[in-house]
Design a protein around this ligand. Structure first.
Ligand SMILES: [Zn+2]
Ligand SMILES: [Zn+2]
Length: 330
């Protein structure tokens, strides 16, 4: 086989188009990956909707990739040929800026992001920098592992940022919350799940994954929370979440994009409540989470779509037509 297929975005607000092109050879330091599965993330919608600045165009979206190494660029010794790997959002960092040199490569001054500023995994093949491909075990289902690469990793970074409290609110019960609810329940924490008002299906889904309570996002939980993570890209949730946390509580915004946050009275922030955001991930986050995930016994609920149905998968994500995560299978 010399040709590959990819779903490409030519410019924002357009449907993705299926294209064939020659399979590329990996440059020095890169690996060619034959893709087994690629998760569909809300960030892909932000790229397609033109809500993130300066994407590479045209771009192949997708940053939750599971595949096998099909060719090695010059100088690459790890991963090995035919090894199974996962490729996340963080696709390349400079290694020399103050953030890279202080263990905060998630904030690198000149990074490349998979499926945004370098081509991603809505395809049969892709190139990745070998240093940013995580080894994955052979004994997991590729589609079920794919959402761990973003919803899991950035979710994990948000989860750690939320601190050690026993009561945790999750606003927006999509792929990331569905993973973290299981981690939190495994650690003995009490999870409160907040969904769109009246979304009984998502609320039942949250309870089935260990949430002790589930309700609409404007409701107050039955007890004050130690912390809350907001995954839904809805700025109006910030004052709601601040009102739901106790003194010293922390709100973590886990998404890359959010609608404007409405003004709110200072008393909601008073008493040392904190409001922070989480950006991207470090490779350390990735290694740590991929070690935790099997121990926590995370079960992924995935809806599979053929690669060429990517536009349908994105529309279903936007409309909330499935629980858990959508995954493209080339
Ligand atoms: Zn850097
Ligand atoms: Zn993502």
């Amino acid at each position: 086989m010399t040709q590959m297929r990819a779903m490409m975005l030519d410019r924002p607000h357009m449907p993705l188009i299926l294209r064939e092109r020659p399979i590329p050879s990996p440059a020095a330091g890169d690996v060619l990956i034959a893709i087994e599965a690629c998760g569909v993330c809300r960030t892909d919608l932000h790229v397609i909707d033109g809500e993130l600045p300066r994407p590479k165009l045209p771009i192949v979206p997708g940053h939750e990739i599971v595949g096998r190494v099909a060719a090695l660029g010059q100088g690459v010794t790890r991963p090995a040929l035919d090894e199974r790997v996962g490729v996340p959002w963080l696709g390349w960092t400079c290694g020399i800026c103050p953030y890279c040199r202080s263990g905060r490569e998630n904030l690198c001054d000149s990074p490349l992001f998979t499926g945004y500023t370098r081509d991603g995994g809505y395809a049969t093949h892709m190139l990745a920098d070998a240093r940013f491909a995580f080894p994955l075990p052979d004994n997991v289902d590729a589609a079920e592992a794919a959402p761990l690469l973003c919803a899991g990793l950035i979710g994990w970074r948000s989860y750690r940022m939320a601190g050690e409290g026993t009561t945790l609110g999750l606003y927006g019960f999509g792929a990331a919350a569905h993973i973290l609810a299981q981690v939190a329940a495994w650690q003995g924490r009490r999870v409160y799940a907040f969904t769109r008002t009246g979304d009984v299906a998502s609320q039942n889904f949250a309870r089935s994954l260990g949430a002790v309570w589930a309700g609409g996002s404007e409701e107050m939980p039955p007890e004050p929370l130690d912390a809350a993570i907001i995954f839904a890209p809805v700025g109006a949730l910030v004052p709601s979440a601040l009102a739901a946390v106790k003194k010293g509580g922390r709100i973590v915004c886990g998404g890359i994009h959010m609608s404007d946050i409405p003004s709110f009275p200072y008393r909601l922030l008073w008493e040392e409540r904190q409001l922070v955001s989480v950006a991207n991930l470090t490779r350390h986050d990735g290694r740590e989470f991929l070690e935790v995930a099997p121990r926590a016994g995370i079960k992924m609920q995935v809806t599979r779509y053929p690669l060429q149905e990517a536009n349908t998968a994105l529309a279903d994500l936007r409309a909330g037509h499935f629980e858990g995560a959508a995954v493209l299978i080339p």
